[in-house]
Design a protein around this ligand. Structure first.
Ligand code: FAD
Length: 511
């Protein structure tokens, strides 16, 4: 039976993170009637939590800041680190469109960007040791008016109840705020919260719209030109996490509970899409909080990570996704790396790294997530690792700190390692652990979102099992299988690639 449509748009975008709103803005700015459907009570998704660094090589904002970069160098690097795990044409579509996307967005006075120095995550041909990421400029909250209350608050407010000033929006808050403002000004966009896509509607072999749930009612939304799935991954669905990634649940993901629960994946499977990379996430070490959530942690300035055997297993200064892979690989050997214990000494009064919010020692001690002892032997007993091994691990590490050379894991050799380093020895990444009392804090395998979803073509067209595009259907952001394959090449690839493919999808739709 033909569907009775309740509403019609040219382009229907499901989700409201950076990829979704970029696609929506591209459509609305080009005169298309655009509908954004967001399931939760807030716009922004995990993108609103983010630092909003955008990895977009060779763009004019970089040039303006005096950064020497080009599409060719960016592509050389991207290819070197991603390899052939994803199609070369897809990689090229991303990197070569980056400057055009930034020019397009920057034409709108509301969408302003600046350079953020933050190194690439691998030392490989074409890498940018000083970085090639850009961020939206801070946005005075007052400019958002009533929209402010609709932007998902920062993660420390949203998930950990820590009060935070919202007078000036930065990072992901500014990205979502600016995109909402720009969308409003087009006069062509309707944006709804509390509206969940349940399934796709297919008519005559073409995705013609979506079935949604809104205030307890079922509605049918027609998309005359195309449906763009930008509804994140499945990081907040415990069962999918167990089935596809072998993880104990979904609580360690950074995404807001109830947000990215695999709705896009289910719709894509039902539509016959080819699915890839579901075993992957944008991983990170994450400090486990008393509420069971785990907060993204990066930029270690001190301490070592040890597993249940009391041994180091990696360079602790690695970029977060690479450390996540190390934790996962280590755990698979049979020695528990969940949790990892972060061992540091009295030099530090809080955990020596960047975690939002910063762990509060008292609350963490009470919850058993942070242990302190006057000796390393005492600490080993408290955390249940062999005391002799922990002692040897720390003694050996202190020797490396004195010589400046980490003979085991080469910590401090890569530009990224040194970016956050603050030690005063011969190698600033190696800070000795020799002043009592000694501390141990639990770290688990967190993520910034899953990476698996639809295989897409160069314009984000969803591909079926036979490799042909499914008419009317596009997927971007973490609803698509990432162009980065198994690696996280540099700061801003999740958002940068999602936004670029959102832009490309709409250009194809409207062509
Ligand atoms: P999201 O931004 O999560 O948006 C998906 C939206 O879809 C959500 O709002 C969700 O509620 C909605 N949705 C889900 N299902 C439905 C449905 N059925 N119907 C309607 N709506 C639905 N990445 C970078 O590139 N640069 C950074 O600087 C960076 N910093 C980060 C810092 C932190 C602290 C964290 C946690 C992450 C960071 N990331 C960063 C990662 C990045 O934020 C995410 O991977 C990215 O935002 C995911 O974008 P997305 O559009 O796929 O999903």
């Amino acid at each position: 039976m033909p569907v009775e449509w309740d509403e019609t748009a040219d382009v229907c975008v499901v989700g409201s993170g950076g990829a979704a709103l970029t696609a929506a803005y591209t459509a609305a700015a080009n005169g298309a009637r655009t509908l954004v459907l967001e399931k939760t009570g807030y716009f922004g998704g995990t993108s609103a939590y983010s630092g909003s660094c955008l990895w977009l090589p060779g763009n004019h904002v970089l040039r303006r800041a005096g950064v020497e970069d080009s599409v060719a160098r960016g592509l050389e690097y991207f290819r070197a680190v991603v390899g052939d795990r994803t199609p070369a044409a897809l990689q090229e579509a991303y990197v070569s469109t980056a400057p055009e996307l930034v020019e397009f967005l920057d034409r709108d006075p509301v969408l302003e960007f600046e350079f953020l120095p933050f190194p690439d995550y691998f030392t490989a041909p074409g890498h940018a040791p000083g970085g090639r990421g850009i961020v939206p400029k801070p946005l005075p909250a007052a400019e958002l008016g009533d929209r402010l209350g609709q932007v998902r608050p920062p993660v420390s407010v949203d998930q950990y109840g820590v009060a935070q000033d919202r007078e000036t929006l930065t990072g992901g808050q500014a990205l979502i705020g600016r995109l909402l403002l720009a969308l409003d000004r087009t006069g062509n966009a309707t944006m709804r919260t509390g509206t969940r896509m349940r399934s796709l509607v297919v008519e005559d072999g073409r995705v013609a719209g979506v079935e949604v749930e809104h205030e307890g009612r079922t509605l049918f939304v027609r998309a005359e030109r195309g449906v763009i799935l930008a509804a994140g991954g499945f990081e907040r669905d415990a069962e999918l996490r167990r089935e596809l990634q072998g993880l104990p649940g979904a609580d360690w993901s950074s995404a807001a509970p109830g947000s990215n629960t695999g709705d896009a994946l289910a719709a894509l499977r039902a539509a016959g899409a080819a699915i890839d990379l579901t075993d992957e996430s944008w991983w990170c070490p994450a400090v486990l909080f008393p509420n069971g959530h785990a907060a993204f942690t990066l930029g270690l300035r001190g301490g070592v990570f040890v597993n249940a055997a009391g041994e180091r297993f990696a360079n602790e200064s690695l970029p977060y996704d690479r450390m996540g892979h190390e934790i996962r690989a280590g755990h698979a050997t049979g020695v528990s790396h969940l949790p990892v214990w972060w061992i540091f000494d009295a030099r530090f009064t809080s955990t020596p790294g960047i975690t939002q919010p910063a762990p509060d020692p008292g609350t963490f001690q009470a919850a058993g997530l942070w242990r302190t002892a006057g000796t390393l032997t005492g600490l080993a007993e408290l955390i249940g690792v062999p005391a002799d091994v922990l002692g040897k691990t720390v003694t050996r590490f202190n020797g490396f700190a004195a010589s400046g050379v980490d003979a085991d894991f080469h910590r401090g050799e890569a530009p990224y390692d040194r970016f956050f380093a603050a030690g005063d020895g011969p190698n600033p990444s190696l800070v000795p652990i020799d002043r009592a009392p000694f501390h141990a804090v639990q770290v688990v395998l967190g993520d910034l979102g899953t990476k698996g979803g639809a295989r897409i073509g160069v314009d984000a067209q969803v591909l079926g099992e036979d490799g042909a595009a499914i008419p009317g259907l596009y997927a971007v952001g973490n609803s698509a299988a990432s162009v980065a394959g198994h690696v996280y090449p540099g700061p801003g690839v999740p958002l940068g690639s999602g936004m670029t493919f959102g832009y490309r999808a709409v250009n194809r739709i409207l062509a």
